[in-house]
Design a protein around this ligand. Structure first.
Ligand code: GDP
Length: 456
């Protein structure tokens, strides 16, 4: 193994816990571990897969913490390098002190995701698997975690590799034909290669079709609550979040006037947007509020359109209802406890949900309606499978376009056609290679690993 600098970081989350872990990896790990960890034997004398009980000591030999030192020998470690993990007491101060000792003894502070980056560079996993590590850590639902685990275990990498290998074969065949004059080649050569290309389009399509689910699992679905002032938007916002407060995470609003919160529904993380704060505003500001609500509804996966049914429907509601995309809208008739007798909706086929949100009635039916709309686009009941991310999608689209050009050149019968087709195939392979990291550059790695936390 080449000499590489030794990195260290606290691998456990900040705060208090039973155990805290400082991870140290690189060429000088034994020298560092021997200096800072005192036990009946030196860590450097121990075999991989073993551990020592002892204490972490400062430069003067005074005890900083007591705990375990886990020994990993290259290549059998997470990073593929020599590594130790010191398990101490999980307190912020103790962990900082242990880390400081590792730095004093010669390690350098790890960058975000640097342990995983080394795992990638040392061939322990490909880029798609490395990304799965971050997805697993960031997963906000069981389904998202299960999909990330599938990806970590290589199911997505396998599909990308099969696609890559298939294209390599075609490219090789194509390059071989360049060595012959056209008359020497059997007539079937190019049609056969064309057919093979077509089969690969299908595989591209299959992979790309997992993107919608991938986006929902990774980023969550955006649900925007719309409706006239006083329709009950804030009441609904609180009711939707109320029961799931324990797992609510606050997500900073995209604009100052929009409140956004998240919760998990049927395995899908949702981000609910409410335009609260504008409802009691002056008319002009209110118009701005409606404009923003519309703007949000345009990018939302689902719009919840609330109507106050304690009064006859207003012309504004009618106007809004006509504009909405019904495939993505759940219409809620609120205040059913005070419903006016002749309440009528202006459009058929809206299938509204009846609610009296003040006492919580209708909330479950609304959740059900959201889930049904979301699942209409993506089958969340299908067995969990690894799904592509935005990065994968962008590269797949680029590769598919190159493939399309290759096919055009192949069927175009131009003189240079075959050579140009081969060139497009090489570009396609270049893009595909960036997905799994067969081909990579620093910017690509920075982009992937900046999503990680320090210590992973
Ligand atoms: P927003 O302006 O759309 O956010 O509406 P709010 O959630 O602030 O509600 C406006 C008013 O309607 C409040 O006084 C609520 O208590 C009331 N409200 C909400 N839901 C119901 C309901 O189901 N029945 C009745 N009678 N009042 C409701």
């Amino acid at each position: 193994m080449n000499t590489i600098d030794t990195i260290a970081a606290i691998a456990t989350p900040p705060g208090e816990g039973g155990v805290g872990i400082v991870r140290i990896s690189g060429s000088n790990v034994w020298e560092i571990a021997d200096q800072i960890f005192q036990a009946i034997e030196n860590p450097s004398a121990k075999a991989g897969g073993t551990f020592l009980h002892g204490k972490v000591i400062d430069a003067s030999g005074a005890e900083i913490d007591e705990g375990l030192c886990l020994i990993f020998r290259a290549p059998r470690s997470y990073t593929g390098e020599d590594t130790v993990e010191i398990q101490g007491h999980g307190g912020a101060v103790v962990m900082k002190n242990v880390l400081r000792r590792a730095l004093e003894a010669g390690a350098r502070m790890a960058e975000p995701g640097e342990f995983t980056k080394r795992a990638f560079l040392n061939g322990k996993m490909d880029l798609v698997q490395a990304e799965a590590v971050a997805d697993l850590i960031h997963a906000r639902s069981e389904r998202a975690a299960a999909a990330a685990l599938e990806q970590l275990e290589g199911s997505l990498s396998g599909q990308f590799n099969a696609l890559y290998d298939g294209l390599v074969d075609i490219a090789a065949d194509l390059e071989t034909t360049l060595d012959f004059v056209e008359d020497e080649l059997p007539d079937s050569v190019f049609p056969t290669l064309g057919n093979k290309l077509d089969q690969n389009f299908q595989t591209f399509g299959n992979l790309l079709s997992t993107w919608d689910e991938g986006r929902l699992l990774r980023e969550g679905a955006r649900v925007v609550i719309m409706g006239r002032p006083n329709a009950g938007k804030s009441t609904l916002f609180n009711a939707l979040l109320g029961q799931d407060r324990a797992i609510v995470t606050h997500i900073a609003g995209t604009t100052r006037d929009v409140i956004e919160e998240g919760f998990v529904l049927d395995g899908i993380p949702l981000r609910i947007l409410d335009t609260a704060g504008l409802r009691e505003a002056e008319c002009e500001i209110e118009r701005e509020g409606i404009r923003r609500a519309r703007e949000h509804s345009a990018t939302a996966d689902i719009a919840l359109y609330l109507i106050d049914s304690s009064a006859p429907i207003s012309s504004e509601d009618e106007e809004h209802l006509h504009r909405l995309d019904l495939n993505r809208t759940v219409v809620v008739l609120n205040k059913s406890d005070r419903r006016v007798d002749d309440f009528r909706l202006p459009i058929d086929g809206l299938h509204p949900v009846d609610a009296a949100l003040l006492d919580g009635s209708g909330v479950e039916a609304i959740k059900q309606a959201i889930a049904t709309k979301l699942e209409a686009g993506v089958n969340m009941n299908a067995p969990v499978h690894a799904v592509i991310s935005e990065r994968h999608r962008n590269l797949l689209e680029l590769a598919r376009t190159e493939l399309l050009h290759a096919k055009e050149q192949l069927t175009g019968l131009e003189d240079e056609g075959v050579a140009l087709a081969a060139e497009h195939l090489r570009s396609a392979l270049e893009y595909l290679g960036q997905v799994t990291g067969r081909v990579y550059h620093n910017e690509l790695l920075d982009n992937v690993f900046s999503r990680f936390c320090i210590g992973k």
